[in-house]
Structures are given as C-alpha cells and as structure tokens.
Ligand binder design. Structure first.
Ligand SMILES: [Fe+2]
Length: 299
C-alpha cells in the first residue's frame, strides 16, 4: 500500500452565521446577506481544494468537548437536526454525513499507542457538534467526502494551555503517523476562531453589518500577529505563542485544534495562504490554507 499523506491543512472556523448567510437548503432560517469577506474567503478555499485529489477530511472541533480523553467518531453515518444553543434563530441545520471509520480507528490506535487516553464514539444516536458541521459544510458543501471528527479534550480548562499544548503536539505526531499508515490522502481542518471576545447583545437583524466589528484593539493586534506568522511560514514560533495567545486573546485555540494541525503538518516553514479574515459577533476569524501538496510537504 502506498504511504498516505496530508495534502493540506486548513484553519477553518465555524461561526454558524456564515452558513446562515449562505442560505443552503439544509438550514431552516433565511438571511439576506452578511459576513461576505469571510464567505468569499471560504469560496477561494473551495476553489483551491478542488484542484487536489483527496479521500477524507479530518476535523478537530472545539465544540465536541470531552473530559476523559480524546474521542473519535466511529459510526458510518449520522443524520439529525443540529441547533446552535446560542443562536437557534439562525442555525437549525439538517445534516447527513458519512464517517471514514477505518481512518478514525487508525487515528485512535496511533494516539492510544502514543500513550494518550482515547475512545471511539460508537453511539449511533450521538448528536454531532455544530463546529464539525459548520466547518465541513463551508469547506465542502457537497458533503461528498467522508469525515473523521476528533474531540477537544479540555486540558486547558482542567489544567492549563501549556498542558493542552503538550497533548496536542503528541496527537499531531500520532495523526501524521496514522495517515501515513492508512495509505489515504487527507485534508486536515482545525475548526477554531482566533480572538474570541463576543458581543454581549445581538442586532435585531443578525446580518446587519453596521454592527459587526472587532471588539477590542488588543484582540485585533493579537490576530494580526498570529496571521503574520502564518503568512511568513514561522509556524514553530506561532506554536510557541499559542498558550499566551489563548490566555490574552481568549482565543479558541484553547481547544488545541491549531496546535494539533501544525504538529501534524510537522511545522510548515512555507507561507500559508490567507483566504480571508473578518469578525463574527466580534470574534476574529481567519480562513488559512497550508497547501502541503504544492509546497512539497506531501508525496
Ligand atoms: Fe466556537
């Protein structure tokens, strides 16, 4: 069997507002418009990924939160209704997705053998988290690729951002080894926002863009610093900063998603492609691609 490979890594944030604004048939509420700079960024990402051949998407979601170990979706398909707990007015999404169970089992095995606490999620009635659904929809709205979803073990909350960092460096290495052993071509998605300070009140019309802006200049400075490191290929330096970024910008990197992905990509030193940046209810969101296949990082 040929050695498997990671063909690309993507920072693919999951604000449900972006799905709402696109009006896909799966989502019940209707919008007039909104958050175009981010939605056009996702369109550029889709065009870029359309040029490459791959088998599966592996996503790490901040909204599948597990307190005992790292869990992996392990049922071939899921269908249900996903309602955002904070924004039921704009996200009521009927999902129907397929899981690459063989790849999930290979990932779980490698993580377990690396000494991590792991579990396969075998409950067919499990409700898939909206982070997984939103990022996968925005990356590949056709839903024609199977996915693997990985939970966020809440080590930042239980211990500290530094403990989370150590765990995710290990999970990233195990992910790379597992994908190589699987023989598959895989795209990785880190489903997290950057700075994460929310508005405390919502506009009457959610897509009223006169209300949308960064919440605090310090948050914006942090986002720009992090994006600059991505654009310059300085991913080891970026990973070193993630615990401080997480604490000072209340960043959604607390989930471990970005550290996991950069570790799995073995800390790329080529420039990442920033497809878009913008805020959603004040939180900073960037759509960023590490085109591993073009950079020679993938066979
Ligand atoms: Fe989130």
């Amino acid at each position: 069997m040929a050695k498997g490979t990671i063909v690309a890594g993507v920072l693919a944030p999951h604000p449900p507002h972006l799905v709402y604004a696109e009006n896909p048939p799966q989502n019940e509420p209707r919008a007039e418009c909104g958050w175009e700079t981010l939605r056009w960024g996702y369109e550029r990402l889709r065009r870029s990924l359309a040029e490459i051949d791959y088998d599966s998407l592996v996503i790490f979601s901040p909204h599948w939160q597990t307190y005992v170990g790292t869990h992996f979706l392990g049922v071939p398909s899921f269908q249900s209704l996903s309602v955002d707990p904070i924004f039921p007015n704009l996200f009521r999404y009927h999902y129907d997705l397929k899981v690459d169970v063989a790849l999930a089992e290979t990932l779980e095995q490698h993580a377990r053998e690396a000494g991590m606490v792991t579990k396969m999620m075998r409950n067919p009635d499990f409700r898939v988290d909206y982070g997984t659904i939103v990022s996968c929809h925005l990356t590949r709205p056709e839903w024609d690729k199977p996915i693997v979803s990985i939970s966020s073990h809440r080590a930042t909350q239980y211990f500290s951002a530094d403990v989370m960092q150590g765990n995710m460096l290990k999970l990233g290495r195990a992910t790379r080894a597992a994908i190589e052993a699987s023989g598959k071509r895989v795209v990785l998605l880190a489903s997290n926002s950057l700075s994460h300070r929310h508005f405390t009140s919502e506009a009457d019309v959610p897509e009223d863009m006169s209300r949308e802006h960064i919440y605090h200049h310090g948050q914006y400075l942090w986002d720009m610093k992090v994006i600059e490191l991505m654009r310059e290929g300085r991913s080891r330096e970026l990973v070193e900063l993630i615990p401080d970024f997480t604490e000072q910008a209340i960043a959604e990197t607390d989930s471990g998603a970005l550290t996991w992905m950069l570790s799995a990509l073995d800390f790329p030193n080529y420039p990442a492609e920033v497809h878009g940046y913008g805020t959603v209810i004040g939180t900073g969101n960037a759509i960023v691609e590490w085109p591993h296949y073009r950079a020679g990082g993938a066979a």
